[in-house]
Ligand binder design. Structure first.
Ligand code: ME8
Length: 634
């Protein structure tokens, strides 16, 4: 029986237009889902929209629509983007659907009957934007600690969920299931959070203040807090699935961005446990796409990339390829349109596209397009590489190393290019047609395998390649190399226009092509740098959370630093000057956008700044004031 695999994306707020962050999570989910389907599993992918709350109510009122009319329109924007980006989900859930609202009411009633919900007067600082309360000590300079927006003091009676009752259970659960939150350093963050006293969760809002929500079933004066409502969607989809095979609870993977870790890794498992349900098997928190100035890309910062625009310019599959290839799962990545072009022109046009072109062209010219049948020897190095590549890709996908799975496949494509260049069928065709045919059949089979392995990332382009190679639907076993060449022998290929045309940026009068910089001239110029060049440096405050000596090195210490939004490791040449414990807890300044390097075999992600004077060394630190980690130095 095939394995069932249930994975989910967050339900996106309808008040935001779909942006690159939404596109990344959803494409990642689609790629993982498609790989698992390729490996023969029954996959269920759920996505959808989060539609209740004050912001939706306000936006619809402004536009003279009912909130539901407004959500019908805004939710559709997500449906359209996923269609354009080739996302093949099994279910799109909207939190306003009756199947969901009835389930939320059922679960609330269950928890209330159990005595896990109580009513109490509460006073706190409320942020309309975040739609939640903060305590006095949460506030930063009197503003909300997440977006720095205004808060107002509100005293009101609300319903609370006894989350604190389950704190010990959750700690135990994570200690027994260390892979429940991935990557591992995110689990540490969650455990750190759980070491503090866990308050109860306010799960209602008075209708007098907010009416757009799911009513609290036993009290018509209240609606449900939007997060309590939205999280339950993952379970709704298993109880009230659309037609077809229902996903089974618990979910295998919730894919989320790191910004919504606490709600998913703390509130959600506790809600489930209290309701007598199992927690999800894994929560995977990915990093953020950052703009060039190292700020998170988000609508409120105005630096957001619209996925549809990029898909229109470069093609949906090239865009998917870039998103998957250039983010290491779990870490942040810098978004760069230049890199989108670079990946398209080098990996896709040069490496994969050219190979396909050569093969189909020569087969068409000299073999009437028919792939010759060939006796293969086991000792062929390319076949050996193929036999290693497929299981490696499989394992990397299981480990969620999608960027490495792609790179592994591309390495195989590049190796095939070297082999065909060496075999040179375009030359041997004149003297030894059999040898030329064999070289082409081998390269064609290699393209087929690479295409199947890339299919989850670029479904449309890869289907086109397979159809040019004369085969239609992908079969489950296609990713395994069993009988090399069998699938293609005797098939007729077709030659056509390049599938990945190289992208040349249009040169307009407003934006003339940049003249090539003469490096020497620039240096002789003055030896000075421009402000723009300085701005490229991302200097940030960081707190050293751990430090240890690097064995066998006289100079190096290995530091773990907290950069506010992420933890990093860096290697610093300061052993002669500091004992590790002297640095722990200190705030330092680091270059945060230095390319990672291996120093003494240890990965170092950044550089700590220090001043040497005579025989001593002082590290740079913000003088005076309590500066939190992750602040930009300018
Ligand atoms: O949080 N880089 O919805 P949301 C990468 N409705 N991913 C990003 C990103 C960026 N710069 N910005 C956003 C919500 N994301 C709730 C979820 S689930 C029960 C309720 C992604 O519309 C990332 O996946 O704000 C993040 O978690 C999600 O968008 C937030 O989407």
């Amino acid at each position: 029986m095939s394995k069932n695999f249930y994975l989910t994306t967050p339900l996106y707020y309808v008040n935001d237009e779909p942006h690159i962050g939404h596109a990344y999570t959803t494409v990642l989910a689609d790629v993982i889902a498609r790989y698992h389907r390729l490996f023969g599993e029954t996959v269920h992918l759920l996505t959808g929209t989060d539609e209740h709350g004050q912001k939706v109510a306000d936006a619809s009122a402004k536009l003279g629509r009912t909130p539901l009319e407004h959500c019908d329109i805004t939710s559709q924007r997500f449906v359209n983007v996923w269609e354009k980006l080739g996302v093949e989900y099994n279910d799109f859930i909207r939190t306003t659907e009756p199947r969901h609202t009835t389930l939320v009411a059922e679960i609330l009633t269950r928890l209330n009957d159990k005595g896990d919900i109580y009513k109490q007067e509460y006073e706190g600082w409320y942020s309309v934007f975040e739609e939640r309360f903060f305590t006095e000590k949460d506030l930063v300079d009197g503003m909300d600690p997440i977006g720095g927006r205004p808060v107002e003091k509100i005293k009101e009676t609300n319903y609370f969920f006894k989350m604190s009752n389950y704190q010990e259970w959750l700690i135990d659960h994570y200690e027994n299931h260390p892979d429940a939150v991935l990557p591992g350093f995110r689990l540490n963050e969650v455990l750190g959070f759980l070491r503090q006293p866990l308050g109860d969760l306010c799960i209602s809002r008075p209708k007098s203040r907010l009416s757009w929500g799911i009513p609290i079933p036993w009290d018509e004066d209240y609606v449900t807090y939007v997060w309590f409502d939205a999280l339950l969607n993952y379970y709704t989809a298993t109880v009230h699935p659309p037609e077809g095979i229902a996903p089974k609870w618990p979910a295998d993977f919730h894919l989320i961005g790191k910004d919504i870790l606490t709600t998913h890794a703390v509130y959600w498992p506790i809600m489930l446990h209290a309701a007598g349900l199992e927690p999800p098997k894994h929560i995977l928190a990915h990093g953020w796409w950052m703009a060039k100035d190292a700020a998170k890309m988000s609508k409120s910062r105005g630096n957001v990339v619209k996925p549809l625009d990029l898909a229109d310019i470069y093609g949906p599959d090239s865009f998917r390829y870039y998103l998957m290839r250039d983010m290491v799962l779990g870490q942040d990545a810098n978004f760069s349109e230049e890199m989108v072009v670079k990946r398209l022109n080098s990996d896709l046009a040069n490496d994969l596209g050219n190979l396909l072109n050569r093969v189909t062209k020569l087969l068409t010219q000299h073999f009437d397009g028919v792939v010759p049948e060939v006796e293969w020897s086991d000792e062929d190095s390319l076949i050996e590489l193929a036999n290693q590549t497929a299981p490696k890709v499989h394992n990397l996908v299981e480990d969620l190393q999608i960027h490495s799975a792609i790179e592994e496949t591309l390495q195989f494509v590049r190796a095939t290019n070297r082999v065909i260049a060496n075999d040179a069928p375009w030359t041997t065709i004149k003297s030894d047609k059999e040898a030329a045919g064999k070289a082409l059949a081998k390269a064609a089979e290699a393209v087929r395998l690479a295409t199947v392995l890339l299919y989850p990332v670029m479904p449309v382009k890869c289907s086109e390649i397979l159809s040019r190679l004369g085969i239609g639907d992908i079969e489950v076993t296609d990713w395994e190399v069993t009988n090399w060449g069998d699938r293609l022998a005797g098939k007729t290929v077709t030659h056509g226009d390049p599938l990945f045309p190289r992208y040349k940026p249009p040169v307009t009068e407003d934006a003339p092509a940049k003249p090539k910089q003469d490096k020497k001239a620039k240096k002789e110029d003055s030896g000075m740098i421009t402000f723009d060049q300085f701005k490229e440096l991302d200097l940030r405050t960081a707190v050293v959370v751990a430090a240890e000596e690097v064995e066998k090195s006289d100079k190096l210490l290995k530091l773990q630093i907290d950069l506010g939004t992420e933890s990093r490791q860096l290697v610093a040449g300061v052993k002669q000057f500091f004992k590790p414990e002297e640095l722990i807890g200190k705030t330092v300044i680091v270059v945060a956008n230095l390319k990672p390097a291996k120093i003494f075999g240890i990965e170092s992600q950044g550089m700590m700044l220090a001043v040497r004077h005579g025989d001593s060394l002082t590290y740079l630190t913000p003088a005076g004031g309590d500066v939190p980690p992750g602040m930009r130095v300018s």
